[in-house]
Design a protein around this ligand. Structure first.
Ligand code: SF4
Length: 317
């Protein structure tokens, strides 16, 4: 697996900076304490950077979901233009920073990526809003993995996001070194089982695209592959799909196992299937046999080591 330097954008209040409208912060211990060991954070507080100061009057989104306005709740001052100007300038600067992901603060009218409170002209509340800065960022960088800190409390969503961040970094490295058909085939080969664990449908489409690589110009091929690759990884991996992948991998060396070892490995996969053990248990045993039997094709699969083991993302049941 490639060693990568990761740089992620983050809503600044999540790092513990007191930039919220009420002068407080939203320190997130997982992000700062655990993930922070592997990434460089690029903090952004859109409201402070738009010149609104701290503390400031609370704001909310008003209008229609496609083009809401950012308005203070009591005095009804419209700060939309200030936020939009800030977003345009900041995003221009972020283009040079080669970000591999972004963690946004949930529910914020500037930073929330979904289900933000939105009031229509009659004051009726819906949850159809997207924060102004988050929307501008996602429109500008559609492939960069984004997530809200609230959703990162859920183990599978957390693993999915971090996996996508590491995958996107590898994809960036490939694109920056110049995509050739041969390099793309190699990239696809090592990601096969990871893709299969997320989306068997996209896995097939990507396989066909690679099979017809000679029919496309490298630039066009890279563009189509990159889009579909990130789309596939955004689909949640499930226990059933993991079991399918584990059984595929087992097929590479099961003939070389004795009856007892085979029964033990199948038992461990079965336990995982029933929710009795975390994914790390069958994976550890499989990695052990891959090492012993020196199964090169499997050893190189990103699926076995998609992110640093210390983040402990595969230890949940
Ligand atoms: S949610 Fe966004 S705008 Fe609000 S304090 Fe945090 S970083 Fe600033």
């Amino acid at each position: 697996m490639t060693t990568v330097a990761l740089r992620l954008g983050i809503s600044r209040c999540l790092l513990g900076d007191e930039v919220r409208y009420d002068g407080r912060h939203n320190l997130d211990n997982f992000l700062t304490g655990v993930l922070g060991r592997y990434v460089e954070w690029i903090p952004v507080c859109p409201e402070v950077e738009a010149g609104l100061g701290t503390p400031r009057e609370a704001m909310r989104l008003v209008g229609n979901p496609q083009s809401p306005r950012l308005v203070t709740i009591k005095s009804r001052i419209d700060h939309t233009r200030a936020l939009e100007r800030m977003a345009t300038n900041r995003i221009e600067g972020l283009k040079n920073l080669d970000l591999s992901g972004y963690v946004f603060k949930k529910s914020s009218p500037s930073c929330g990526i979904a289900r933000v409170r939105l009031y229509n002209e009659h004051g009726v509340l819906s949850r159809k809003g997207v924060g102004l800065f988050a929307r501008a960022f996602i429109e500008q960088f559609p492939l960069i993995p984004v997530e809200e800190e609230g959703r990162l409390c859920e183990p599978t969503l957390r693993e999915n996001f971090i996996e996508r961040v590491f995958c996107y970094r590898r994809w960036q490295d490939l694109v920056q070194s110049g995509v050739t058909r041969q390099a793309l085939v190699q990239f696809h080969t090592i990601h096969k089982y990871l893709l299969l664990a997320h989306s068997p449908q996209c896995y097939q489409v990507l396989g066909r695209l690679i099979g017809q690589a000679h029919q496309h110009r490298p630039k066009e091929l890279a563009h189509r592959y990159g889009e579909l690759f990130m789309k596939a990884l955004a689909v949640k991996a499930t226990v059933r799909k993991h079991v399918n992948v584990l059984q595929h991998i087992l097929g590479y060396f099961k003939e070389r196992l004795g009856a007892r070892e085979k029964a033990e490995l199948l038992g461990v996969i079965g336990d995982y299937h029933q929710g009795l053990t975390p994914l790390i248990v069958p994976l550890t045993l499989i990695k052990h046999y891959v090492r012993i039997f020196d199964v090169g094709y499997i050893r190189d699969q990103v699926y076995l080591n998609p992110h640093p083991i210390e983040v402990m993302l595969r230890n949940h049941v």
